[in-house]
Design a protein around this ligand. Structure first.
Ligand code: HDE
Length: 710
């Protein structure tokens, strides 16, 4: 028990002026431990059952130095709860980040659906959106090369509707029965427990080499789509076709697309590798701080609408999730906007406990016959039971609908609804006023005709595994193609068994001869190339689809991007001021990086506060950088490896770099060669040239001078 020796309140215990809450007082205990004691009127610390606690620092002992007594139920309750704080992480998509927001409909789809969320223009439907990586465990790094989950729960007036999508519009497999194999192959190898959050290992490529249907997805996976700059800069896709059903009962197929208002952007591979060390939480920090700072990320919801007859004319089967419908074939119709404007109050309660379910549908929307989707409709409900431990997971606030819900399901673990009724069944004469089915408002499945013999069979219309893989590769710009080649070289170079590489090269050659040859050259492959099975349909040449590229979508912009300025003592205050102004005018944020956290004194005697100390903020954290250094400052930086790498990495990562003339020796030491992305900052006004150049993106033309392009 604490004695009554009082000590001065610490900063944290100052009176809270907002609520006029009395300050807790610090009291030193007999053993020198510091207790913080409730002031009159302050909430009391209690057990989970409401018992006020007198001492939260000492367990009950037989004397001050005696053994701890089993009688101490307060200790036992605290430790018991702590022991069970963790729940099983998601078997896939374990690492996630999420935010609240809303979806606002701007264009009604009333001709196609009765779903209110898609027909009531101007209506704001609350949403909770969770982004995730797939393969890594909960503690893995954010910028792993991986597909990103993009799951949106709409709390509609007609119940929860979940679009549980990815940032890639296709998937690895065509039938859900293959999912456990895919995931077992990509996760850590079970006999060694590594590698973590990576596909660059034998079991993944072994499985892929044996699975031609995965080739289209592999092209996307090896592209820069899987190393996004942030979740704010990536697309999302519902992947499967769904049905919209209108008031006349007519069905139209639909695919859902999320398009980021800030445009798409990815990092380069070497940057991703370094980012994971510099800040493993890069994506979650980015989403959190942008929402906290009022820069609310937004996406447009687009739909591709098509009829059964139109679908029959496609040169692929839209029920096959390894295929896209090019936007040139069925254009996107923008119907609304998703805005994320509130961070979770508690990450466990919300981000971890949210339970997305593909089968969460609303009247007016229905499933297509995509076999992958049907498997998912079982899996998501089932997985919540092992993850959240109760069939009542829908009662957790983040999962509960915001519209009324009632039925005759009762009891079970963690039941929190009082359900104070005598009658828990229908029909009933005792209680004819309880919840009942509605033939007008209730969900109805589209009465699609199905009368075929049962068979475990894959449709022949799913059989073309190479044409869209090639279409994706051919639709990329030159640097993007180079990155796919480089990613394949990297991944396959980590594979130990030569037969896996030889077999993969056979698939790549089938997709595009030059792709296969370039990867083989990058690997220095001397062995054979095993041809892809010839009885799989040969690929055809499809029209290129420029929409499949990241580069060049949307007008150039720096909005939402981060400018990092490395500033030394004695630096030109006008240049610093000009850069701060230009960055803000361009809609970017600027962070000042200094050799020491205390900041610097500029040439006019003013002090500039630092946001970061140099070694703690490598240039990978920023989209565009500037070195604003004095001569003496540059001389000092030349002795710092962190400063040389700061500039070297920015150059190697194809970033636009601004610099003062005095900083030139540092640029020379970092191997920087002049090009269109190296901008001199002699006076304040030059910063606009820097931000304009940076808005256009990276300096792709520099790439062949910083790494071998195979
Ligand atoms: Fe998932 N997937 N998945 N998936 N998936 C899960 O559900 C599954 C697939 C996706 O932020 C699990 O609640 C099967 C495609 C996202 O909480 C699980 C198949 C797409 C998330 C599951 C697929 C996705 C998941 C694990 C093959 C893109 C994270 C935890 C038929 C359209 C949601 C959970 C979140 C999560 C099963 C394939 C997206 C096990 C069986 C295709 C975004 O139920």
């Amino acid at each position: 028990m604490a004695s009554s020796k009082k000590t001065a309140p610490r900063a944290a215990a100052k009176p809270n002026t907002k609520t006029a809450m009395p300050a807790a007082e610090f009291v030193v205990g007999d053993g020198g431990e510091l207790h913080q004691v409730a002031a009159p009127g302050q909430p009391l610390l209690t057990t989970n059952h409401g018992l006020p606690i007198s001492d939260d620092h000492n367990s009950l002992k037989a004397g001050p130095r005696g053994p701890v007594l089993l009688e101490d139920f307060i200790l036992r309750e605290k430790i018991f709860h702590f022991d069970h704080e963790r729940i099983p992480e998601r078997v896939v998509h374990a690492r996630g980040l999420a935010a609240h927001g809303y979806f606002e409909l701007t264009d009604s789809l009333a001709d196609f659906t009765t779903a209110k969320v898609l027909t009531e223009v101007g209506e704001r439907t609350p949403v909770f959106t969770r982004f995730s990586t797939v393969a890594g465990n909960k503690g893995s790094a954010d910028v792993a090369r991986d597909v990103r989950g993009f799951a949106v729960k709409f709390y509609t007036k007609q119940g929860n509707w979940d679009i549980v999508g990815n940032n890639i519009p296709v998937f690895f497999i065509q039938d859900a029965i293959k999912f456990p194999d895919l995931i077992h192959a990509v996760k850590e190898e079970p006999d060694r427990g590594f590698p973590q959050a990576q596909s660059a290992h034998d079991t993944f490529w072994d499985w892929i080499a044996c699975t031609p249907e995965a080739m289209h997805m592999v092209m996307w996976q090896m592209s820069d789509r899987t190393i996004p700059r942030s979740v704010r800069f990536m697309q999302g896709f519902g992947v499967h076709s769904f049905r919209l059903i209108n008031a006349e009962g007519q069905s139209t197929f639909v695919k859902f697309h999320w398009t980021p208002v800030l445009n798409m952007q990815s990092v380069v591979w070497d940057e991703a590798v370094k980012l994971n060390g510099a800040d493993p939480d890069y994506h979650r920090r980015d989403l959190y701080t942008s929402i906290r700072d009022g820069e609310h990320p937004a996406w447009e919801l687009g739909v591709q609408l098509f009829t059964e007859d139109e679908a029959a004319a496609f040169d692929f089967d839209h029920l096959d999730s390894t295929k896209i419908i090019p936007e040139e074939v069925v254009p996107l119709r923008t119907i609304g906007r998703l805005v994320l404007d509130r961070n979770p109050a508690n990450v466990f309660a919300e981000t971890e406990q949210v339970a997305y379910c593909t089968q969460n549908m609303v009247p007016g929307i229905d499933f297509s016959d995509d076999p992958l989707l049907h498997g998912r409709n079982f899996s998501y409900l089932d997985t919540q039971l092992s993850r959240l431990g109760s069939t009542n997971f829908h009662q957790i606030p983040i999962n509960a609908p915001k519209c009324p819900f009632a039925n005759m399901q009762r009891d079970g673990h963690m039941q929190t609804h009082p359900q104070a009724t005598r009658v828990a069944y229908t029909p009933s004469l005792i209680d004819p006023s309880g919840p009942r089915e509605s033939h007008t408002e209730g969900f109805r499945s589209f009465p699609a005709a199905v009368e075929k013999p049962k068979a475990r069979v894959r449709s022949a219309t799913f059989g073309d595994h190479y044409s869209q893989a090639r279409q994706f590769f051919m639709s990329q710009t030159e640097p993007e193609q180079d990155h796919i080649v480089a990613a394949l070289v990297f991944e396959l170079s980590k594979v130990e068994l030569p037969i896996i590489r030889s077999t993969m090269l056979g698939h790549l050659v089938r997709i595009d001869v030059s792709l296969g040859e370039r990867v083989a050259a990058g690997l220095g492959h001397r062995g054979e190339i095993v041809p892809a099975p010839t009885d799989i349909p040969a690929r055809t040449d499809l029209a290129v689809s420029p929409k499949l590229s990241i580069i060049g979508q949307g007008p150039p912009t720096l909005v939402g991007r981060l400018v990092g300025a490395l500033v030394t003592d004695g630096a030109d205050s006008k240049v610093v001021g000009g850069l701060i102004k230009a960055a803000k005018a361009a809609g970017a944020s600027i962070k000042i990086v200094c050799p020491r956290l205390g900041g610097v004194v500029l040439d006019d005697g003013s002090t500039l506060a630092a946001d970061f100390q140099m070694a703690g903020a490598p240039s990978v954290l920023f989209d565009t950088v500037a070195v604003i250094a004095s001569e003496a400052g540059t001389t000092a930086l030349l002795g710092e490896a962190a400063a040389v790498s700061w500039v070297h990495d920015a150059f190697a990562h194809l970033k636009v770099i601004g610099h003062t003339a005095a900083a030139q020796p540092l640029l020379d030491a970092a191997g920087v060669e002049p090009d269109a992305g190296i901008v001199a900052l002699a006076k304040g006004g030059d910063a606009a040239t820097l931000t304009d150049t940076a808005a256009a993106g990276r300096i792709w033309a520099r790439e062949p001078s910083v790494r071998t392009v195979y």
